[in-house]
Design a binder for this molecule. Sequence first.
Ligand SMILES: CC(C)(COP(=O)(O)OP(=O)(O)OC[C@H]1O[C@@H](n2cnc3c(N)ncnc32)[C@H](O)[C@@H]1OP(=O)(O)O)[C@@H](O)C(=O)NCCC(=O)NCCS
Length: 254
Amino acid sequence: MSRMNAITNNGSLATPDGSLRWLALFAEQTESTNPNTPPDFLHPFEIEHWQTLRVDKRRKEWSLGRRAAKELVTGMLHEKTGRLFNLRQIAVVPHADGWPVLALPEGAGVAAVTLSISHTHEVAFCGAMEGENRLLGVDIEAIEPRATGFADEYFTPLENQFLAVAPAEQHTTLINAIWSGKEAALKAIRRGLAEDTRLVSCLPHPLMGDREGWLPVRIVWDEERSTRPMPPLAGYWRREADLVMTLAFAPGAA
Ligand SMILES: CC(C)(COP(=O)(O)OP(=O)(O)OC[C@H]1O[C@@H](n2cnc3c(N)ncnc32)[C@H](O)[C@@H]1OP(=O)(O)O)[C@@H](O)C(=O)NCCC(=O)NCCS
């Protein structure tokens, strides 16, 4: 069975501020296109950006991320309004600092949606919440061994202490879950790896054997490394086949 068939690839998570919807899309679920022609689901604004991408791999992952995000958003709009929009009517364009900005069609029935996108190894993962400028970050990583010294270099003492006592057989999975949690948290504040990865500690609940699905990740900012107040974030992670996915979002209006 391919990993695509082996995983749960979409759903929603209830948060105090509404539903967080997520979707994973594999390249093999989409039809292959001529690498020199923009895919037909792109909006004209997106085609403009696609044309600036020179490397074939980047074009592919960028397009897959767009497609995943647009499928997720058209699903949300359909549920809300009963209208089925074409993927070409929605544009997901990059802000100057990289995060995805969504342009909705007229009659969408929703004023704004905040999106976050990630990709790895021919799969794209995205999350969306209704509302503008929400704190939302998602990330996906393949579960693979990291280089010696990776955790010492990029993880906080708290994360390394957590790893030292975590179940040994989950070590590789948890290293990737911690890293993924960091990327999701740093995307939620729209900084990404422009920040020191040790600004935040992510402590994923270890796997519980037969209980799969979303598990909590504790997200703790390092006050000594931050120069400004950092927003509280809630986190979740899940393992699906050889992948970890994480979500980070504001835990609710204070
Ligand atoms: C965000 C970042 C951590 C993503 O790292 P990554 O592991 O390579 O990639 P992922 O697949 O998980 O995520 C990529 C997605 O993150 C999103 N993203 C990029 N910058 C972002 C930011 N500052 N905040 C939130 N999300 C961001 C984009 O949607 C991007 O996918 P897309 O370009 O196809 O739309 C990394 O790109 C980063 O740190 N960027 C900001 C800092 C930086 O280096 N800026 C220079 C930009 S020229």
